[in-house]
Design a protein around this ligand. Structure first.
Ligand SMILES: *[C@@H]1O[C@H](CO)[C@@H](O)[C@H](O)[C@H]1NC(C)=O
Length: 258
């Protein structure tokens, strides 16, 4: 497991834009959500695409929480200023068909983000200028119960590999099982804590560029795509920020009062 540990150390130190950006493509995986299907924004109206303002490059997913607040992973924003990013809402296509771009007013990263090894407390909230006011733009409620092991969650996103320059244009989604935390903790060499939960199975997972996007159960936001070792490997499920954990939930509720 040494290589796993050193990979994760490196990944934590270098989590430049996406925690998953160091993961390589491998046989059987695709460049976006692995094993998923085309989605429609009408079925995922909270889904956002965070994009570089200059290039239009999709960098991460996010979710609408209220008329002007949204949530993503801290690792998606840590090296940027609000001016560098804009947010696409209400579009099935990552190139914007029928949606709208919003500017970011400010963002707030969890103060305890990444203080430990692994991406602990990988959550950030941001406020847009104006309000989400288009069709197919709706907030998602935060879950109050953590998904149980073996229950199913749904992950959506336009995940891609920026450095390979390829992305799906159409929003993808996949249903994946939640993996028992202690099993996942073992896979990740003891790095999984209560602020995280794992989901995925061989051939079905979130992947590069899905980071920050919603992990949903019963129509509520249970998690945020955070990190993983490669994608869709049987022994390495994706790791998600656990919205229900007090450290995450309290941060979000307090930050949105600002
Ligand atoms: C994960 O494993 C480490 C090392 O064995 C242990 O200290 C920690 O308590 C475990 N965490 C969880 C949530 O099981």
């Amino acid at each position: 497991m040494v290589f796993v540990k050193s990979f994760l150390v490196i990944s934590t130190l270098l989590s430049v834009v996406l925690a998953k950006s160091l993961m390589r493509n491998h046989p059987g995986s695709s460049l976006f959500i692995v094993g998923g299907s085309n989605g429609n924004i009408a079925d995922f109206p909270w889904q956002l695409s965070l994009q570089m303002r200059g290039s239009g490059q999709h960098i991460c997913g996010g979710s609408i929480l209220s008329s002007n607040w949204a949530i993503t992973a801290a690792h998606c924003l840590e090296f940027f200023t609000p001016e560098m990013i804009r947010v696409l809402a209400g579009s099935t296509s990552v190139r914007n068909i029928g949606g709208k771009f919003y500017e970011i007013d400010k963002f707030i990263l969890h103060p305890e983000y990444n203080k430990d090894l692994f991406s602990n407390n990988d959550v950030a909230v941001f406020r847009i200028q104006g309000e989400f006011d288009g069709v197919n733009m709706k907030p998602i409620e935060m879950a109050e119960e953590e998904p149980e092991a073996d229950s199913t969650v749904t992950i959506s996103g336009w995940g891609n590999l920026a450095w390979q320059g390829s992305m799906p244009e159409i929003l993808q989604y996949v249903h994946v099982p939640v993996v028992d935390r202690s099993v996942c903790n073992h896979s990740y060499n003891g790095g999984i804590n209560e602020n995280m939960f794992c989901a995925g199975k061989a051939g079905h997972d979130a992947c590069q560029g899905d980071s920050g996007g919603a992990v949903v159960q019963n129509g509520k936001l249970a998690g945020l795509v955070s990190f993983g070792y490669q994608c869709a490997l049987e022994d390495f499920p994706g790791v998600n920020t656990n919205i229900v954990a007090p450290s995450i939930r309290n941060f979000v509720l307090n930050a949105m009062k600002d």
